[in-house]
Design a protein around this ligand. Structure first.
Ligand code: NAG
Length: 815
């Protein structure tokens, strides 16, 4: 944990540059896509059955896509057509991955802590191109133990490949061909036949109070779709939205050094559009997130520069969209001029002003105090570590999202959270650690000037230097990546970041392609406090299941259901560290330090065990047992002697967005440097929590569906808790490659198509609705004309929700 880094001081430069860059290229010259470098190594590809499959699938996907593109229609819908398309591009972790590249240091907004750099790895495992490949592989690659199934899947696919040309030879009409493709897809994805929901797209003229709100879905009394709701032409004004309850000793933070400009509030409308659906997975009430208000694009982003030009300090986006009544969001503050804001500096001033409220590491040990009297009345600080990479295409809307994060999480909370950008330097030839000018150039080319003060750099060679020694080959390596590479070990730079930042107790691993419709603080604070309150008993079991209110009813009933399912399964429940052949202890354990809190001691009420103990891991998808799950990366584990299907026991959670405690990251760090253990990025944190008895929680945040799954409740439970004992674990898991498609119509999954569609329409851009015959692109809906039309319902307004992945925002960005 020595700082293995040299520190280069950048701060002053970055702030002064902020202003120079305010022309259109402020948003990065760097738009090149990191996608095209990977060249397949033919010999390797043919030499290994995985690669062979990749090849076959790739060819097959290409053929499909080609057919669709050349003969079919537009492909921008959340539908079948896209499914074919996404075979090529996404990867499971595409999201995670892209994101996993960054680094920043923020030690302070002013310094860039540079970690090391080193030889250039092959491009082969870098980001997106890799994602591409892995996407294919993931789709292709079944789990090794399921050879039979694997072969079947492969055969099916080969058949498809052969069939496709036939279809063409027979000169089917366009429509017949589409129908054939659609029928085939429906066979695999029966949910494609469910009715689309309309309620998301009703606008401000359809607002009703929550007490009068009738969700289009889930709804026991009436089946979707519903006809349009009545309109009200007097839309009431949005109001500043304040989810903060700060203590009296909290000091106000400001955007400027002179402490004159307060960070603005976002605005919400009272009520929700009539017939907006309710979430299908998860809940608002659990987290205390309000669901009786909605946010339009101007209330959400107007305060940060949406809807006015750069001349006035805005970003010049959103001006081509419907905007009636939007001025209300600037009534109190005016349109703020963001042209000279230095966000890193603003965060630091904010933390400094509020230093008295937070726990600080001891100067000698660099450890945060643990004794109750030392902690009295003080809070832990939390870092949001956003993973970015050199070559990421920054846009105005990405900048808005970032301003929202810093304002809502850091400045408005009085420094409880601090946002960092962890920038993955992919070009390992750049002497950024040796030369300030090179480093500054890299920054200028990679990150908008206003965020320079939040950046920490890292590179893969640096990880090889920090975690040296022999890492034996993994049991399986479906992605073919390097063990120190970002795709397989996105956690490594996060571990290092945590070791270099003793001031934080928790770290949110965050990604660039996430968007929050509501306030970030309300969301993360709600999730964090709820997770900390969860009891340890049956926590792993609950966390392995999707919570589906239309099926489970209340959370208490869900809890009971889990208890029953677990009892019937006859499986042992998990509490504390697990034993398995070849398990290796950590130093803390060898020193006899207990891992369970006092509330779990003998003689205490088991129902209170862990209540109030900060969660070591909070995930946003269930934490499933990978054994027999069919999840592609199940056997990508390194350094264990017995990598059989169950030994060591493993857990994983898809999408690497998660809150990790310092304790968990320290455990992961030690396992890597000391035992040379590591696992695929999505599996390592939850598995380490399992092995070492740490508190891991899946937080069922609200997730929406694009279609009305029927029968109500049971259809979703059957598909999403389809694994062992009504969970996401084990055989028939929804995370099996052949079942993951169920997530495509949801608002949260690495390859969700609904998330982007909903987001872009909410931003005011027309989108194809995917409702054409046989699943074709359908018609263009939304956008400025529809939202402005006098008989339309107006501008969209959505409840708070987290969306992923958002791969592009403005239609012009679609590649
Ligand atoms: C409780 O959950 C079970 C599912 O296990 C469900 O069948 C039942 O209807 C639920 N009860 C209530 C009152 O919601």
């Amino acid at each position: 944990m020595e700082r293995t880094t040299s520190r280069l001081s950048f701060s002053s430069r970055s702030s002064s540059r902020a202003s120079e860059h305010r022309n259109h290229d402020l948003l990065l010259p760097c738009t090149e896509k990191p996608t095209e470098k990977r060249r397949p190594r033919i010999r390797a590809m043919l030499g290994h059955c995985i690669y062979r499959k990749v090849l076959i699938w790739t060819v097959a996907s290409l053929v499909l896509v080609a057919v669709i593109l050349f003969r079919g229609k537009d492909v921008s819908m959340p539908d079948v057509v896209q499914y074919g398309k996404s075979k090529l591009s996404p990867s499971h972790e595409a999201a995670g991955d892209d994101n996993s590249n960054g680094d920043d240091d923020g030690e302070s907004g002013h310094a860039i802590v540079v970690m090391v750099q080193d030889d250039a790895e092959e491009d082969s495992e870098q980001g997106v191109e890799q994602d591409v490949e892995q996407g294919v592989e993931q789709d292709v690659e079944q789990d090794g133990e399921q050879d039979v199934e694997e072969v079947e899947v492969q055969e099916q696919f080969e058949e498809q490949v052969e069939e496709t040309p036939n279809v063409e030879q027979q000169e089917l009409s366009e429509e017949e061909r589409q129908k054939a493709v659609f029928d085939e897809q429906v066979e695999k994805m029966p949910w494609l036949l469910f009715k689309h929901l309309d309620g998301y797209f009703h606008g401000l003229k359809a607002l009703v109070q929550k007490s009068h709100h009738i969700p289009e879905y889930p709804n026991r009394n009436r089946e979707a779709p519903f006809p349009p709701p009545p309109l009200n032409y007097h839309v009431s004004k949005p109001r500043p939205y304040d989810p903060y309850t700060l203590p009296h000793n909290a000091r106000t933070c400001y955007l400027d050094r002179g402490n004159t400009v307060r960070p603005p509030a976002i605005y919400a409308y009272d009520g929700v559009p009539q017939h907006m659906p309710d979430p299908v997975l998860g809940s608002y009430a659990l987290f205390g997130i309000r669901d009786d208000v909605c946010f339009d694009r101007f209330g959400r982003y107007g305060p940060y520069g949406l809807g006015y030009t750069k001349v006035y300090g805005g970003l010049g986006v959103g001006m081509d969209t419907e905007n009636s009544g939007s001025q209300a969001v600037w009534a109190e503050t005016g349109q703020l001029d963001y042209n000279n804001v230095d966000w890193g500096d603003a965060q630091e001033r904010c933390s400094a002003a509020n230093k008295h409220r937070f726990l600080e590491p001891d100067e000698e040990t660099e450890e945060l105090p643990t004794a109750p009297d030392e902690r009295e009345g003080k809070k832990d600080r939390i870092a949001i570590v956003v993973r970015c990479y050199q070559g990421f295409g920054w846009t105005e809307l990405a900048v808005l999202n970032f301003r929202a994060m810093v304002t809502e999480l850091s400045l408005k909370s009085g420094g409880e959270y601090t946002v960092h950008l962890l920038l993955h330097v992919r070009d390992t030839n750049l002497p950024i650690w040796a030369d300030d000018v090179t480093a500054q150039r890299l920054l200028d080319a990679s990150i908008p000037a206003e965020f320079h003060g939040m950046v920490t750099l890292w590179s893969e060679p640096q990880m090889r230097l920090l975690y040296p020694g022999h890492f034996p080959a993994a049991a399986q390596n479906p992605s073919g990546g390097d063990v120190h590479g970002v795709y397989r070990s996105a956690h490594m730079p996060l571990q290092v970041f945590a070791m270099q930042h003793p001031e934080y107790e928790h770290f949110w691993n965050w990604e660039m392609d996430l968007r929050s419709v509501g306030n970030y603080y309300e969301l993360l604070h709600g999730i964090g406090s709820w997770a900390d309150k969860q009891p340890r008993s049956l926590l792993w079991e609950r966390s392995a299941r999707y919570y589906i209110p239309a099926y489970h009813g209340s959370w208490d009933n869900f809890t009971e259901t889990v208890q029953m399912d677990t009892m019937h399964s006859g499986e042992k429940t998990i509490l504390g560290p697990v034993a398995f052949a070849g398990r290796k202890p950590l130093r803390d354990e060898q020193r006899g330090q207990p891992v369970l809190p006092e509330s779990c001691a003998f003689g205490q009420d088991p129902a209170l065990c862990g209540v109030g103990e900060a969660a070591d891991l909070i995930t946003l998808n269930p934490i499933f047992d990978t054994k027999d799950s069919g999840w592609v990366f199940t056997d990508d584990l390194t350094g264990y002697h017995e990598p059989t299907s169950s030994d060591p026991p493993r857990r994983s959670s898809i999408v690497t967005v998660a809150r990790l405690s310092r304790r968990l990251l320290a455990a992961m760090h030690e396992e890597v440097w000391r035992h040379h253990h590591t696992m695929f990025s999505e599996m390592f944190p939850s598995t380490m929590a399992l092995h070492h008895g740490l508190k891991a929680v899946y937080a069922p945040h609200p997730v929406y569906f694009d279609r009305a799954w029927q029968p109500l409740g049971s259809a979703v439970d059957d598909a999403f808790n389809s694994g062992d004992d009504h969970s996401t674990s084990g055989r028939h898991s929804v995370f099996d490659m052949s079942n993951e498609h169920n997530h495509k119509g949801t608002s949260w999954y690495y390859h969700s198509e609904f998330a982007g569609l909903l987001w872009r329409r909410w931003l005011g851009y027309a989108q194809m609705d995917g409702r054409g015959q046989h699943g074709s692109a359908g018609t263009e809906r939304g956008g400025v004309f529809e939202e402005s039309s006098s008989d339309g319902s107006g501008r969209m307004c959505l409840r708070s929700m987290l969306l992923h992945p958002i791969k592009y925002e403005r239609p012009s960005e679609q590649s």
